[in-house]
Design a protein around this ligand. Structure first.
Ligand code: F6R
Length: 242
């Protein structure tokens, strides 16, 4: 594991964007795995700046997002498709058809999971997967107890995850109860992983990750088994490390 501790959220976002943009420049056909949530927002902002200032091209890039809420169409302002368009896709020269996110309104969600997993395999898998981490160690929507072998699947959301995400909705009732997520096994097939960790709220999760053995009760701990992980964490998140 390659661990970089940086000053704050801004610095994390800048470093992460530099890292990603450099890969995109070197490998124009790169397959990127993307996350949503608060953590990568700053990184996407910096990637947009970099696209404008340094003309990094996304014309041949393909992206796969980790997850999507079930029941929300891609036009719903709280869907992860909408988030991605708003925070990144609409501001760079990526081809919309090359941006893949599980369909939350697919009707048959189980079938959608199979389609997504197959699509990933047909595309040769992910070269660089960007991840955030939940307070309970979740990655994607893989909550504690999820099998390390899991593929793309339907998950009921835990109350802690629904509460954490309620900030984006008008009320708790509106937060969907289920989601589709890449599995932990799916994530682990990525050739490289970039984990971003920021803020005091992630201190306990990050401390636990750095002091644990791989264990399904703490999903992010699977990353300790991955041969190519880079972590960019800010000082607040890293403040529990000795
Ligand atoms: C989002 C995702 C989640 C988040 C995690 C942290 O696509 O996969 O696992 O990375 O919930 O969320 P934030 O960044 O909002 O703290």
């Amino acid at each position: 594991m390659n661990i970089k501790i940086v000053k704050d959220y801004q610095e994390m976002s800048r470093k992460a964007a530099e890292y990603i943009a450099e890969k995109v420049q070197r490998f124009p056909f790169i397959k990127l795995g993307l996350a949503t949530g608060g953590t990568p927002e700053g990184t996407y902002k910096k990637l947009i700046e970099n696209h404008r200032n340094s003309r990094t091209s996304y014309r041949d890039v393909t992206t796969f997002n980790l997850d999507e809420y079930i029941g929300l169409s891609g036009n719903h302002p709280n869907s992860y498709r909408f988030y991605m368009k708003d925070h990144l896709f609409d501001h760079i020269n990526i081809v919309p058809a090359n941006t893949h996110i599980p369909k939350g309104d697919a009707g048959d969600s189980e079938e959608e999971c199979e389609r997504y997993e197959k699509l990933l395999a047909e595309n040769g898998g992910i070269d660089l997967q960007i991840l955030g981490i939940g307070k309970n160690g979740h990655i994607g929507f893989n909550e504690p107890g999820t099998s390390f072998q899991s593929k793309t699947h339907v998950v009921p959301l835990t109350s802690s995850t629904r509460e954490a995400n309620a900030r984006y909705f008008n009320s708790m009732e509106e937060v969907p109860s289920h989601a589709i997520t890449m599995g932990i096994g799916t994530i682990m097939k990525s050739r490289e992983i970039l984990l971003l960790v920021s803020g005091e709220a992630k201190k306990d999760a990050f401390t636990k990750l750095m002091n644990s053995e791989p264990d399904e009760s703490f999903p992010a701990s699977v990353l300790l088994r991955h041969p190519n992980v880079t972590i960019i964490a800010d000082e607040a998140a890293a403040s529990g490390l000795k």
